[in-house]
Design a protein around this ligand. Sequence first.
Ligand code: DSN
Length: 432
Amino acid sequence: MHQPSLSQLRDQDPDLAGLVEAEARRQFEKLRLIASENYVSPAVLEATGSVLTNKYSEGYAGRRYYEGQQLVDPVELLAVERARELFGAEHANVQPYSGSPANLAVYMAFLNPGDTVMGLSLPMGGHLTHGWSVSATGKWFNPVRYEVRADTGRVDMDQVRDLALKERPKLIWCGGTAIPRTIDFPAFAEIARETGAVLAADIAHIAGLIAGGAHPSPVGHADVITTTTHKTLRGPRGAMVMATAEHAAAIDKAVFPGLQGGPHNHTTAAIAVALREAARPEFADYAHRVVANARALAAALVERGFDLISGGTDNHLILIDLTGKGVPGKPAAKALDAAGIELNHNAVPFDPRKPFDPSGLRIGTAAITTRGLTPDRMPQVAAWIDDIVQAAARGEGGEGTEGAEGRERERVAGEIRELLADHPMPGWAPAP
Ligand code: DSN
């Protein structure tokens, strides 16, 4: 049973309703370990599905290009105010459609084509939009990339400083998509100040942890902060850019009319709902539980001989190098998915393999913590992962395998279904 109800959809478009219901059941029955995913509340789902989707609102509150904004303006202002309050930011823009447009807005605000941008290399845990070659940000700007240290798996701050002094980037990004350790915002800020660069913190992965006090905040250090709203922050798929008052006008102008047209008001409303939820004490507790689960899972994986980048985690994310396990990331991820464990293959630092078939796996604990799983369950989760990775290394366990190979996969999937049956999912429950 979907909550909010899908009764109209079932009536009008049973094919589509069937697919949504099946996806909901899939999310209910699987151990969802994709580090950038979560489960939103029914209130967030209701706002996302509201009539606000009908309205065009190019511009900003009080300065729109369409009439009829009597209610949309207060919706957007609520989201802006809640973002500012939750993060302590001087300015917030809640209109970016998602993380990549939010990051592009930073380029639009501060750089001209050809200017130098510095970011963490993608295979080292950075993001495409931090100047990677296949992205517009790597094609239209001059990217220079820092890395993590081979011996520690942590960002090499000496290299960041040396490179910044040598290349004099206009913009420095910190943050990324596969960083298991705390980001040292004050150290980045010092380098940016020393070299005259704008410092942008991409906190998409850790925004919920920051909101809940489980990771230090970049506010007061970074000039501009971008985040998606749907990862640890547990809101709808959307994004925000926060900035100091000094940069507010440049950021707003970059988002609209620089890059986007009308904001998605239904998403803005859902962001406002999620921000209100994230301001509650229960959310701070959730953020700390996410980290406790990740630490417990990392320890259990290490005990089973997994090689973790940086040796563990400080946040929600674990990056595994499978080289020593005798199987690359992609077949392992496929075998795990078939066994009810959903995660993604991922490049690891200094990966000799190609990005589409890399050496690693990325894991996150945001979604399973929302389901109420606790650290004492993590040794079992590590055991399931280990069993299936070993099966994958033997060439077993993928979708379609039969006999003893299939039985292992079905055993793990069945045990996971049984565990999760007792852990409610926001937004959906099996029919009684
Ligand atoms: N897709 C996001 C992630 O999974 O981290 C990055 O864009």
